[in-house]
Design a protein around this ligand. Structure first.
Ligand SMILES: [Zn+2]
Length: 563
């Protein structure tokens, strides 16, 4: 007798092949059988012809801190995600010497928009090394499965301390870092993650440590993956990291390279397609490069009090460095500061930047002063045009007049849906980039999988539902060598998602206050999701409630290539 049989299901097995009607049986956390009339079980569920698919594997999350107090990885599991990969961009919390904890959290607060108070209240620092951290997570337990990257910025901070964000490393420091990466790989990291992205700044605008690495350091640290013969190098790349350079890393290490963040930039829409063409060429030479793309417009809510989307602009730097809000306001009023911003917007070929095209996608969501209410719902670009002002002047004057409290929503990338559809069809693309666990007060893209199935497969018909499921399940599993997951086949772990293909979607944004100390975050409810199972245990029921399910997730440590 099986533990569970789900009957009367439309099975989408994750392979990309056509769906079929049938039953699925679970025994001891694994899929025991697929077929018809599988017989009796301790529990039988009628799927009512809804679609049964593998759970979503989210390759790009930042749950490193949150998982130490929230085993659910909220809200991802409730959005169909059964495996999360953490440590992306190299922003991790281990290894971390006790004297570097405060600095690490302050940097995370800035670069990933996490609440410092929530992290301070939430994290129980019962770990120092990367191996300790994995053991600590495993001991605490979690609802989804977790795979963890070894993070470059943490490794660098361990070795260089306060100088990690200031300078290149010496030969002996690089050797010490290599040792840490090797230890992390031995402990069960899924690879090594880093960032060279110009927006990635820590407290007071200092670059995140990995941005100070020179070529030698990058080659040596990624080379460890080649030495141990496993793991993926994940990079969120800035303007200096070209595809040929990434190909040279892949050639040197012999390991896969996952390249984020490949968005359609309204300031230079062709760039991502040119880079994907270079990736295809590298593929022809046998290098395993992957292009990590998003299936949603990257939007953020922000105020001038914490203007994350603007901080990538070089000309914005004086504002980041301002001490206190009076000095900050003075800088925003300064005409030469504003001229610098206007000039920088005219510069072409600067990737991943806030660009002049963004003004028409920047909406006023909430205002502080009553007399400004008439502007709610309007676009900054339109308002500036109507008043005959430069958008920077209109925007900054308005924000100052509203005491820096106006809530803006800006769509930065992936605004042109037709081009996004082209990205989604790219053969070496990996659809991810949810950034779940980060930027909690600005955005919530943890429901990217539901959006892919609902918006792109059903509503826009740009991809078949079977291919959408494949992109969310077996493909990410194969790229990161996650064994026995991502497919509904006999013997695989029973990570499952049951949904109604006619309604599946991510719901509208809402603000909730459930972080430690009551800090707020944006949430998007799941629509049409009927159930989620992790290792055979139901974690979300058909009313979209979390079950009292225990902690069925596993800490994944085995990422060896399948030969
Ligand atoms: Zn990231």
């Amino acid at each position: 007798m099986y533990d569970l049989v789900i009957k009367n299901a439309n099975i989408i097995d994750g392979s990309g092949g056509p769906s079929f009607a049938g039953e699925l049986a679970v025994q001891n956390g694994r899929i025991a059988a697929l077929g018809d009339n599988l017989g009796s079980a301790k529990e039988t569920i009628d799927a009512e012809e809804f679609s049964l698919a593998p759970g979503i594997i989210d390759l790009h999350t930042h749950f490193d801190a949150q998982l130490t107090w929230d085993p659910y990885a909220t809200p991802s599991n409730r959005l169909g995600v059964t495996t999360v990969v953490i440590g992306n961009c190299g922003f991790t919390i281990a290894p971390c010497k006790p004297e570097h904890r405060d600095r690490t959290l302050r940097n995370l607060t800035h670069v990933e928009g996490m609440s410092l108070d929530a992290m301070k209240a939430g994290i129980d620092w019962d770990f120092v090394t990367f191996a300790d951290y994995l053991n600590s997570l495993e001991k605490r337990g979690m609802v989804p499965n977790v795979a963890a990257f070894c993070g470059h910025s943490s490794v660098r901070t361990w070795v260089l301390g306060d100088e990690a964000s200031d300078r290149a490393a010496t030969k002996s420091e690089v050797a010490e870092m290599k040792k840490l990466v090797r230890e992390a790989m031995d402990a069960g990291a899924c690879g090594f993650a880093s960032s060279t992205l110009e927006q990635h700044n820590g407290e007071n605008g200092v670059p995140m440590p990995s941005r100070l690495a020179d070529d030698h350091e990058m080659m040596e640290l990624t080379g460890v993956l080649g030495e141990v013969g496993k793991g993926t190098f994940m990079l969120t790349k800035g303007m200096t990291s070209t595809i040929p350079w990434l190909e040279s890393i892949a050639a040197h290490s012999g390991r896969p390279v996952m390249i984020a963040a490949m968005f359609v930039d309204p300031g230079n829409p062709e760039r991502v397609f040119d880079e994907n063409a270079q990736i295809s060429e590298a593929r022809g030479r046998g290098r395993e490069l992957w292009s990590q793309v998003g299936c949603f417009p990257l939007g953020m809510e922000f105020t001038l009090g914490h203007p994350y989307p603007l901080e990538a602009l070089i000309a914005w730097h004086p504002a980041i460095e301002a001490e206190g809000s009076e000095e900050f306001k003075k800088i925003l009023r300064d005409t030469s500061f504003r001229q610098g911003l206007k000039d920088e917007m005219q510069t072409t070929g600067v990737p991943n930047r806030f660009s002049s095209k963004n003004w028409d996608h920047m909406t006023i969501m909430e205002v502080h002063k009553a007399e400004h209410r008439k502007f709610i719902g309007k676009k900054v670009g339109h308002l500036a045009r109507d008043s005959g002002e430069d958008p920077w002047d209109w925007f900054l004057d308005f924000g100052l007049a509203d005491e820096l409290k106006t809530l803006f929503d800006v769509r930065l990338f992936n605004v042109d849906e037709e081009r996004v559809a082209d990205l989604l069809r790219y053969e070496y693309g990996a659809i991810a980039l949810s950034d779940a666990g980060a930027h909690l007060s600005f955005l919530c893209d943890a429901g990217f999988g539901l959006h892919l199935m609902g918006h792109w497969a059903r509503d826009k018909e740009k991809i078949s539902l079977e291919k959408a499921v494949e992109a969310l399940t077996s493909r990410p599993a194969d790229i990161y060598r996650i064994k026995d997951r991502g497919r509904l086949v006999e013997g695989a772990w029973a990570d499952l998602m049951l949904f109604d293909p006619n309604t599946v979607a991510r719901g509208n944004k809402e603000r909730v206050n459930d972080l430690p100390t009551g800090a707020s975050r944006i949430d998007t409810p799941a629509i049409g999701l009927k159930g989620v199972w992790v290792n055979g245990v139901r974690t979300v029921n058909d009313n979209w409630n979390l079950q009292d399910c225990g902690k069925p997730g596993q800490l994944l440590r085995d990422f060896v290539d399948l030969s």
